[in-house]
Design a binder for this molecule. Structure first.
Ligand code: ARG
Length: 577
């Protein structure tokens, strides 16, 4: 259904403007960019195209703007005659009919709410979360999990074929320590009651012990070598550790409502590593250097003196070797045209290297490293627990739900217990996710319970509450929205809300430009505040006729867009709170 609708308002204005500038005999190939106005006083959209072009063709920007505006064709009724402001900005104000049509189009398109599906759908593997087995899943993994899940949801909504893959670290050097710990320190009862906690305890204890005990370090290494050589006892222990860890992780993903199509961890690629290295040597891509095998990326200035090591002199393979085998599998077996890696910024070099090697091997898929910064404590240092340990994701989520519960107890004590628990989960988990997604991913943000759980401000509770308010109108009305005979947008607050709603279609595709879920978060916050202003200024249930129908329609659409938008961020909504 969506395809029959006219393109987004922004695109339509851009096209109209581009035509004008061609008529004005301006250089071709330029981009007539039109952006939403920050201030409604200056219209709905604006463009600085006259200022940009005036520089190129050496003319006065205002004079050029005047020429463009004269040529601008308003016959299709999309907008009023544009106005010129300041040094040469061109301001556009949409007509009442345009806004009215936009509302009707949204009402007719509840599935996509105006968002077009990609004209050229890709098969995208999204690699995110990827914690290491039997090692703590820390807050860095939470960023990856939340951002990766959001990007997968958005891409799917845009019509791409998305494959989510949890590339867990299930074959790393940590197993040397864990194997020794399992054999010497294991508390079976603890393993029974809290497997992940017990594995973590073992890991931490051995890790501390081996720090100043060389003999123990060697023993652990020997355990690892035995495992890698296929020793039966060690393999059996390894399998149990992986299975227990996966169960623990799955609980967290269930709570977060995150799903993976695959869990192809590092160990899945074991058998592919030796042939891969041989192939690279044979093709002359890899070479020997001091007994090890490396790929030199000499064409790339940044990497020229940073060869990618793929086999150590002792014959062992590396993280990079596994990742190269993983790219092969994703491209050749899963049919990916794009592979996105949501991994912390410190791994930049690793990904530069493996992407370089992959390209040397003729891989043409679009490989994207999508890094993110750190989460800081209130002291602006890396987030830690009071005892100085890395913060565990499971603990963060449990605390979030508990804190949200306290807020609900206060706000709405009469709700049934079960509903309180459900709402606490939605609000608590939503708050943690939203704190993450409302920041640009490279920003180091401060993890602060009070800010993220606040009912006012740019938070999940505020947005969920805005959704709840749209729903409560219909509860008061005693029935669901049943359509509007006629849309009439009279008040400025109604027009402003209609415009915001129509812009959902512009925001969603833009998220993928630079992988910025925060653009969607910012939009939803603006929508909620615009709704709030509308709600204050325009009585709904006490109004009549077409005005009432229109206002109910705007409430309904605001609810739909908030729910869909939050859903794309991976955040659920509740009907009451
Ligand atoms: N397990 C790694 C870590 O915790 C992240 C893996 C990211 N994905 C990848 N294909 N290398 O640091």
């Amino acid at each position: 259904m969506a395809e029959t609708f006219p393109a987004q308002l922004q695109t339509r204005l851009q096209d109209a403007l581009a035509k004008t500038s061609v008529a004005a005999d301006l250089p071709d190939g330029f981009v007539a960019e039109v952006t939403p106005s920050a201030n409604a006083q200056f219209g709905d959209y604006q463009s600085n195209v006259a200022m940009v072009l005036a520089k190129q063709v050496r003319t006065n920007p205002r004079a050029l703007a005047t020429e463009i505006v004269e040529l601008f064709d308003t016959a299709d009724g999309l907008c009023e005659k544009p106005e010129i402001a300041g040094p040469g900005f061109i301001n556009f104000r949409l007509t009442g009919d345009t806004l009215k049509n936009a509302v009707n189009e949204l009402l007719a398109d509840p599935a996509q709410l105006g968002v077009d599906r990609a004209a050229d759908p890709q098969t995208i593997v999204v690699d995110f979360s990827a914690p290491n087995v039997a090692k703590p899943m820390h807050v860095g993994h939470i960023r990856s999990t939340i951002i990766g899940d959001c990007l997968a949801r958005v891409s799917r909504f845009l019509g791409h074929e998305v494959i989510t893959d949890n590339h867990i670290g299930d074959w790393g050097t940590q197993f040397g320590m864990i194997l020794w710990g399992w054999k010497n320190l294991l508390d079976e009862a603890a393993l029974e009651s809290d497997p992940v906690g017990e594995l973590l305890r073992i890991y931490r204890e051995v890790n501390a012990k081996q720090k100043d005990d060389e003999t123990l370090r060697d023993i652990c290494k020997a355990e690892l070598v035995k495992l890698q050589a296929g020793d039966e006892e060690n393999l059996a222990i390894w399998e149990r550790c992986v299975a227990l860890s996966k169960q623990g992780l799955q609980k967290i993903y269930d709570l977060l409502d995150v799903e993976f199509d695959h869990w192809l961890g590092e160990s899945f690629y074991n058998d592919a590593l030796a042939p891969l290295v041989d192939d690279l040597i044979e093709k002359g891509i890899a070479e020997e250097s001091e007994g090890a095998i490396c790929v030199f990326l000499r064409d790339d200035e940044k990497l020229a003196d940073k060869p990618c090591l793929i086999r150590k002199s002792d014959g062992g393979f590396l993280y990079a070797t596994t990742d190269l085998a993983t790219i092969d599998y994703r491209v050749h077996e899963l049919g990916a045209n794009a592979v996105w890696y949501v991994v912390g910024a410190p791994q930049q070099l690793h990904f530069d290297q493996i992407f370089g090697v992959a390209r040397k091997r003729g891989i043409t898929a679009d490989l994207q490293f999508i890094p993110f910064g750190s989460i800081l404590g209130k002291d602006r240092k890396m987030l830690r627990t009071r005892s100085g340990d890395t913060v565990q994701l499971a603990d963060v989520l449990a605390e979030a739900v508990e804190r949200a519960r306290r807020i609900i107890e206060e706000k709405n004590p009469e709700l049934p217990d079960e509903e309180k628990a459900e709402i606490a989960k939605v609000i608590g988990i939503g708050a943690v996710k939203y704190a993450e997604l409302s920041q640009f991913r490279m920003t180091d943000y401060i993890f602060d319970w009070d800010t993220m759980l606040a009912l006012k401000g740019n938070t999940a509770p505020y947005l969920i509450n805005a959704y709840v308010r749209t729903r409560s109108i219909f509860r008061k009305l005693g029935e669901d929205f049943s359509g509007a005979d006629e849309i009439v947008l009279g008040e400025p607050a109604e027009k402003a809300l209609a415009l915001k709603l129509a812009q959902f279609a512009e925001i969603v595709p833009s998220i993928l430009n630079d992988f910025r879920p925060n653009a969607l978060a910012a939009y939803l916050y603006e929508l909620a505040t615009t709704y709030h202003a509308f709600y204050e200024q325009c009585p709904i249930l006490s109004s009549e006729g077409a005005t009432r129908d229109t206002r109910l329609a705007l409430c309904e659409l605001t609810g739909q867009v908030l729910k869909k938008g939050l859903g794309l961020l991976g955040i659920s909504t509740t009907e009451r709170m």
